[in-house]
Design a protein around this ligand. Structure first.
Ligand code: SF4
Ligand code: SF4
Ligand code: F3S
Length: 267
């Protein structure tokens, strides 16, 4: 990979919290520094780049114009559409305009996180800014949806390394998610599954079952209908994941997250 021409990437941040990038920077296999310094040419990313303001926007324009059809547009965040998209502006332009222009010349788009994939908290009822995910606006380009709030660092790194290694997008499921990372149901590989099968459930967060690590289903766990790599790859380099740490899965990678899953009060 290190001998290949580095793939230009424009990584946009729209209506979001930036924690998808926070997650990405912690990937250990491969290290984020290896990806950024040796594998891709991360030409624009307002969170990680040194340039700012007009200089940064000029860089994005230059990269787009010099690499038409050959760069990856990575998008973090939802896109507000109400009132002409004024609720998220960058360099004097709306996120809506920026996305449309940069998507037009991109080779493919990677939508990072539940904001970019299904709208996440921004699109939760009553959705005052009219936030929508990338796939609602861009319909004529290949899009890899990488949901999760945020996605697992190694999943993000895995998507990038797959594109670089095989020079094509990973195999996707019907929701545009890489099958390799979203083909597993949390429940099927959960470390508490034996307790579920035995009917041993935590009834409150400080009960004895909670201390013993019993199943969190009755505490609202969404693991039975959430597809993600948390219970097999785990987080922080394979160290743990929400359920292992004592909290139910809130279905952060599923469509409708917030309105249908974690956003509703489970306490
Ligand atoms: Fe933040 Fe979650 Fe949106 Fe990622 S998907 S930017 S972690 S709110
Ligand atoms: Fe399934 Fe959640 Fe119980 Fe794990 S904690 S076995 S994912 S219901
Ligand atoms: Fe999200 Fe559930 Fe994993 S809340 S981080 S999909 S365990």
């Amino acid at each position: 990979l290190e001998t290949k021409k580095r793939l230009p990437v424009i990584w946009r941040h729209f209506q979001e919290c930036t924690c998808c990038t926070e997650s990405f920077t912690r990937t250990q296999h491969p290290l984020a520094t290896d990806i950024i310094l040796n594998m891709i040419s991360l030409d624009y990313d307002e969170v990680l780049m040194a340039a700012a303001g007009h200089q940064a926007e000029e860089t994005a324009r230059k990269v787009m114009e010099e690499n038409k059809g050959n760069y990856i547009l990575a998008v973090e965040g939802a896109i507000p559409t109400n009132d002409g998209g004024i609720y998220c502006c960058l360099g004097g332009r709306s996120a809506l305009d920026v996305l449309k222009e940069e998507a037009k010349h991109a080779k493919a788009i990677i939508a990072w996180g539940s904001c970019a994939v299904n709208g996440c908290v921004q699109a939760a009822h009553p959705n005052p800014t009219g936030a929508v995910p990338v796939q609602k606006i861009i319909t004529d380009k290949p899009i890899v949806n990488v949901p999760g709030c945020p996605p697992i660092a190694e999943v993000m790194a895995g998507v990038i390394t797959h594109v670089l290694t095989f020079e094509r997008l990973p195999e996707l499921d019907s929701q545009g998610r890489p099958k390799a990372f979203y083909g597993h149901r949390i429940h099927d590989k959960c470390n508490r599954r034996a307790y579920f099968d035995a009917g041993m459930f935590v009834e409150s967060f400080d009960d004895q079952g909670s201390k013993e690590g019993w199943c969190l289903y009755k505490m609202g766990c969404k693991g039975p209908n959430t597809y993600n790599s948390c219970s097999n790859l785990q987080w922080n380099g394979g160290l743990s994941y929400p359920i292992k740490s004592g909290h139910p899965c809130i279905g952060c990678s599923e469509t409708g997250f917030w309105d249908n899953n974690g956003g509703q009060s489970m306490y």
